[in-house]
Design a protein. Sequence first.
Length: 267
Amino acid sequence: MSQFSNSVSDALIITKRQILQLTRVPELLIFSTIQPVMFVLLFRYVFGGSIETGQPGGYVQLLMPGIFVQTVAFTLAGTSVGLASDMQKGLIDRFRSLPISRSAVVFGRTLGDAALNVLVLLVMGIAGYLVGWRPTSGIFMIFLGFLFLFVFGYAMSWIGVLIGLSVKEERVAQNVTFIAVFPLTFLSNAFAPTTGMPRFLQYFAEWNPVSTMVAACRQLFGLKNEFGATAGSFPSENPLEMSIIYIVLLMAVFIPLSIRKYNNTSK
Protein backbone atom coordinates (compact mmCIF):
# COMPACT_ATOMS: atom_id res chain seq x y z
CA MET A 1 0.00 0.00 0.00
CA SER A 2 2.89 2.31 0.83
CA GLN A 3 4.48 1.59 -2.55
CA PHE A 4 1.20 2.41 -4.30
CA SER A 5 0.78 5.70 -2.42
CA ASN A 6 4.38 6.61 -3.23
CA SER A 7 3.74 5.92 -6.91
CA VAL A 8 0.64 8.12 -6.85
CA SER A 9 2.58 10.89 -5.09
CA ASP A 10 5.38 10.65 -7.66
CA ALA A 11 2.91 10.79 -10.54
CA LEU A 12 1.28 13.90 -9.08
CA ILE A 13 4.68 15.59 -8.84
CA ILE A 14 5.27 14.93 -12.56
CA THR A 15 1.76 16.23 -13.25
CA LYS A 16 2.59 19.40 -11.32
CA ARG A 17 5.68 19.79 -13.52
CA GLN A 18 3.47 19.59 -16.61
CA ILE A 19 1.08 22.23 -15.27
CA LEU A 20 3.92 24.55 -14.22
CA GLN A 21 5.25 24.38 -17.77
CA LEU A 22 2.01 25.95 -18.95
CA THR A 23 2.51 28.92 -16.65
CA ARG A 24 6.16 29.32 -17.58
CA VAL A 25 5.59 28.90 -21.32
CA PRO A 26 2.30 30.78 -21.84
CA GLU A 27 2.69 30.47 -25.64
CA LEU A 28 1.98 26.76 -25.29
CA LEU A 29 -1.28 27.46 -23.49
CA ILE A 30 -2.28 30.20 -25.92
CA PHE A 31 -1.71 28.15 -29.06
CA SER A 32 -3.32 25.05 -27.51
CA THR A 33 -6.56 27.04 -27.21
CA ILE A 34 -6.33 29.21 -30.34
CA GLN A 35 -6.14 26.31 -32.80
CA PRO A 36 -9.40 24.60 -31.71
CA VAL A 37 -11.21 27.96 -31.68
CA MET A 38 -9.96 28.59 -35.22
CA PHE A 39 -11.42 25.24 -36.28
CA VAL A 40 -14.74 26.21 -34.72
CA LEU A 41 -14.86 29.53 -36.57
CA LEU A 42 -13.62 28.17 -39.90
CA PHE A 43 -16.00 25.21 -40.04
CA ARG A 44 -18.88 27.24 -38.66
CA TYR A 45 -18.67 30.05 -41.22
CA VAL A 46 -16.98 28.36 -44.21
CA PHE A 47 -18.94 25.09 -44.33
CA GLY A 48 -21.94 26.03 -42.22
CA GLY A 49 -24.01 27.22 -45.15
CA SER A 50 -23.20 24.34 -47.50
CA ILE A 51 -23.93 21.26 -45.33
CA GLU A 52 -27.54 20.38 -44.63
CA THR A 53 -27.90 18.43 -41.40
CA GLY A 54 -31.57 18.54 -40.50
CA GLN A 55 -30.57 19.51 -36.95
CA PRO A 56 -32.62 22.21 -35.22
CA GLY A 57 -30.26 25.16 -34.98
CA GLY A 58 -28.29 24.28 -38.10
CA TYR A 59 -24.82 22.99 -38.82
CA VAL A 60 -23.19 24.34 -35.67
CA GLN A 61 -25.18 21.84 -33.56
CA LEU A 62 -23.68 18.94 -35.51
CA LEU A 63 -20.26 20.58 -35.70
CA MET A 64 -19.41 21.23 -32.06
CA PRO A 65 -19.37 17.62 -30.78
CA GLY A 66 -17.17 16.73 -33.77
CA ILE A 67 -14.73 19.56 -33.03
CA PHE A 68 -14.65 18.59 -29.35
CA VAL A 69 -13.79 14.97 -30.18
CA GLN A 70 -11.20 15.96 -32.79
CA THR A 71 -9.46 18.22 -30.29
CA VAL A 72 -9.24 15.65 -27.49
CA ALA A 73 -8.20 12.95 -29.97
CA PHE A 74 -5.17 15.08 -30.84
CA THR A 75 -4.15 14.99 -27.15
CA LEU A 76 -1.90 12.14 -28.19
CA ALA A 77 0.07 14.57 -30.39
CA GLY A 78 1.04 16.80 -27.47
CA THR A 79 1.92 13.79 -25.34
CA SER A 80 4.04 12.08 -27.99
CA VAL A 81 5.90 15.25 -29.04
CA GLY A 82 6.53 16.21 -25.39
CA LEU A 83 7.93 12.80 -24.50
CA ALA A 84 10.06 12.65 -27.65
CA SER A 85 11.44 16.09 -26.75
CA ASP A 86 12.19 14.98 -23.17
CA MET A 87 14.06 11.96 -24.52
CA GLN A 88 16.11 14.11 -26.89
CA LYS A 89 17.04 16.50 -24.09
CA GLY A 90 18.02 13.67 -21.74
CA LEU A 91 15.25 14.38 -19.23
CA ILE A 92 14.13 10.75 -19.29
CA ASP A 93 17.63 9.71 -18.16
CA ARG A 94 17.44 12.27 -15.35
CA PHE A 95 14.08 10.93 -14.23
CA ARG A 96 15.57 7.43 -14.29
CA SER A 97 18.27 8.51 -11.85
CA LEU A 98 15.71 9.82 -9.36
CA PRO A 99 14.24 7.62 -6.59
CA ILE A 100 10.74 7.67 -8.07
CA SER A 101 8.41 5.07 -9.48
CA ARG A 102 9.14 4.20 -13.11
CA SER A 103 5.47 4.37 -14.07
CA ALA A 104 5.05 7.79 -12.38
CA VAL A 105 6.72 9.59 -15.28
CA VAL A 106 4.25 8.38 -17.92
CA PHE A 107 1.22 8.60 -15.62
CA GLY A 108 2.20 12.14 -14.64
CA ARG A 109 2.66 13.13 -18.27
CA THR A 110 -0.79 11.85 -19.28
CA LEU A 111 -2.50 13.47 -16.28
CA GLY A 112 -0.83 16.80 -17.05
CA ASP A 113 -1.90 16.70 -20.68
CA ALA A 114 -5.42 15.74 -19.61
CA ALA A 115 -5.50 18.76 -17.27
CA LEU A 116 -4.77 21.01 -20.25
CA ASN A 117 -7.80 19.53 -22.01
CA VAL A 118 -10.07 20.87 -19.25
CA LEU A 119 -9.14 24.45 -20.13
CA VAL A 120 -9.21 23.81 -23.89
CA LEU A 121 -12.71 22.30 -23.73
CA LEU A 122 -13.92 25.19 -21.59
CA VAL A 123 -12.64 27.77 -24.09
CA MET A 124 -14.10 25.80 -27.01
CA GLY A 125 -17.47 25.51 -25.27
CA ILE A 126 -17.59 29.28 -24.82
CA ALA A 127 -16.57 29.84 -28.45
CA GLY A 128 -19.24 27.38 -29.61
CA TYR A 129 -21.90 29.11 -27.55
CA LEU A 130 -20.93 32.47 -29.05
CA VAL A 131 -21.39 31.13 -32.60
CA GLY A 132 -24.77 29.54 -31.91
CA TRP A 133 -24.22 26.12 -30.31
CA ARG A 134 -27.08 25.38 -27.92
CA PRO A 135 -27.11 21.95 -26.21
CA THR A 136 -30.60 21.12 -24.98
CA SER A 137 -30.12 18.14 -22.66
CA GLY A 138 -29.66 19.93 -19.33
CA ILE A 139 -26.69 20.75 -17.11
CA PHE A 140 -26.02 17.23 -15.83
CA MET A 141 -25.99 15.62 -19.29
CA ILE A 142 -23.81 18.40 -20.68
CA PHE A 143 -21.37 17.88 -17.81
CA LEU A 144 -21.41 14.15 -18.52
CA GLY A 145 -20.63 14.86 -22.17
CA PHE A 146 -17.58 16.93 -21.25
CA LEU A 147 -16.50 14.27 -18.75
CA PHE A 148 -16.74 11.70 -21.53
CA LEU A 149 -14.54 13.90 -23.72
CA PHE A 150 -11.99 14.28 -20.92
CA VAL A 151 -11.72 10.52 -20.41
CA PHE A 152 -11.47 9.87 -24.16
CA GLY A 153 -8.63 12.40 -24.41
CA TYR A 154 -6.87 10.72 -21.49
CA ALA A 155 -7.17 7.33 -23.19
CA MET A 156 -5.78 8.75 -26.44
CA SER A 157 -2.81 10.26 -24.60
CA TRP A 158 -1.57 6.73 -23.84
CA ILE A 159 -1.21 6.11 -27.56
CA GLY A 160 0.89 9.28 -27.58
CA VAL A 161 3.10 7.89 -24.82
CA LEU A 162 3.87 4.79 -26.85
CA ILE A 163 4.58 6.83 -30.00
CA GLY A 164 6.74 9.36 -28.16
CA LEU A 165 8.87 6.63 -26.59
CA SER A 166 9.20 4.74 -29.89
CA VAL A 167 10.58 7.49 -32.14
CA LYS A 168 13.91 9.29 -32.14
CA GLU A 169 12.82 12.93 -32.36
CA GLU A 170 9.77 15.15 -31.95
CA ARG A 171 9.31 15.90 -35.66
CA VAL A 172 8.83 12.21 -36.34
CA ALA A 173 6.41 11.97 -33.42
CA GLN A 174 4.35 14.83 -34.82
CA ASN A 175 4.16 13.21 -38.27
CA VAL A 176 3.21 9.81 -36.87
CA THR A 177 0.40 11.21 -34.72
CA PHE A 178 -0.93 13.23 -37.64
CA ILE A 179 -1.04 10.09 -39.83
CA ALA A 180 -2.72 8.15 -37.02
CA VAL A 181 -5.45 10.64 -36.07
CA PHE A 182 -6.19 12.70 -39.20
CA PRO A 183 -7.82 9.87 -41.24
CA LEU A 184 -9.86 8.70 -38.24
CA THR A 185 -11.18 12.22 -37.73
CA PHE A 186 -12.17 12.97 -41.31
CA LEU A 187 -13.41 9.45 -42.11
CA SER A 188 -16.04 9.86 -39.43
CA ASN A 189 -19.30 11.65 -38.72
CA ALA A 190 -17.48 14.55 -37.00
CA PHE A 191 -18.02 17.20 -39.65
CA ALA A 192 -20.71 15.79 -41.95
CA PRO A 193 -23.17 12.87 -41.92
CA THR A 194 -21.64 9.65 -43.21
CA THR A 195 -24.64 9.07 -45.48
CA GLY A 196 -22.91 11.02 -48.26
CA MET A 197 -19.91 8.66 -48.28
CA PRO A 198 -19.54 5.59 -50.56
CA ARG A 199 -21.20 2.62 -48.92
CA PHE A 200 -17.96 0.76 -48.14
CA LEU A 201 -16.58 3.85 -46.35
CA GLN A 202 -19.75 4.19 -44.31
CA TYR A 203 -19.04 0.87 -42.61
CA PHE A 204 -15.56 2.03 -41.60
CA ALA A 205 -16.72 5.52 -40.63
CA GLU A 206 -19.61 4.44 -38.45
CA TRP A 207 -17.58 1.81 -36.54
CA ASN A 208 -14.73 4.30 -36.19
CA PRO A 209 -14.07 5.13 -32.47
CA VAL A 210 -14.17 8.83 -33.34
CA SER A 211 -17.65 8.42 -34.86
CA THR A 212 -19.06 6.55 -31.87
CA MET A 213 -17.59 9.15 -29.54
CA VAL A 214 -19.09 11.99 -31.59
CA ALA A 215 -22.45 10.21 -31.69
CA ALA A 216 -22.30 9.67 -27.92
CA CYS A 217 -21.58 13.35 -27.30
CA ARG A 218 -24.38 14.45 -29.61
CA GLN A 219 -26.74 12.19 -27.70
CA LEU A 220 -25.56 13.60 -24.36
CA PHE A 221 -25.97 17.15 -25.66
CA GLY A 222 -29.53 16.41 -26.76
CA LEU A 223 -28.95 16.19 -30.53
CA LYS A 224 -30.11 13.68 -33.11
CA ASN A 225 -27.74 11.22 -34.80
CA GLU A 226 -28.00 10.22 -38.43
CA PHE A 227 -26.59 6.90 -39.63
CA GLY A 228 -26.33 5.39 -43.09
CA ALA A 229 -25.39 1.85 -44.09
CA THR A 230 -24.95 0.61 -40.53
CA ALA A 231 -28.19 2.03 -39.12
CA GLY A 232 -29.47 -0.48 -36.57
CA SER A 233 -25.96 -1.76 -35.72
CA PHE A 234 -24.72 -1.83 -32.13
CA PRO A 235 -22.58 1.36 -32.44
CA SER A 236 -25.43 3.34 -34.00
CA GLU A 237 -27.98 2.14 -31.48
CA ASN A 238 -25.66 2.33 -28.46
CA PRO A 239 -22.97 4.97 -29.07
CA LEU A 240 -22.45 5.63 -25.35
CA GLU A 241 -21.84 1.98 -24.55
CA MET A 242 -19.63 1.51 -27.62
CA SER A 243 -17.57 4.56 -26.70
CA ILE A 244 -17.00 3.17 -23.20
CA ILE A 245 -15.89 -0.13 -24.73
CA TYR A 246 -13.43 1.67 -27.00
CA ILE A 247 -12.06 3.78 -24.12
CA VAL A 248 -11.56 0.70 -21.93
CA LEU A 249 -9.88 -1.18 -24.80
CA LEU A 250 -7.54 1.73 -25.55
CA MET A 251 -6.41 1.97 -21.94
CA ALA A 252 -6.22 -1.81 -21.45
CA VAL A 253 -3.95 -2.13 -24.49
CA PHE A 254 -1.83 1.02 -24.43
CA ILE A 255 -1.21 1.58 -20.70
CA PRO A 256 0.68 -1.73 -20.24
CA LEU A 257 2.46 -1.32 -23.60
CA SER A 258 3.51 2.24 -22.75
CA ILE A 259 4.77 1.38 -19.26
CA ARG A 260 6.72 -1.59 -20.63
CA LYS A 261 8.18 0.57 -23.39
CA TYR A 262 9.22 3.21 -20.85
CA ASN A 263 10.85 0.62 -18.60
CA ASN A 264 12.73 -0.88 -21.55
CA THR A 265 13.78 2.57 -22.77
CA SER A 266 15.07 3.47 -19.33
CA LYS A 267 17.38 0.50 -19.03
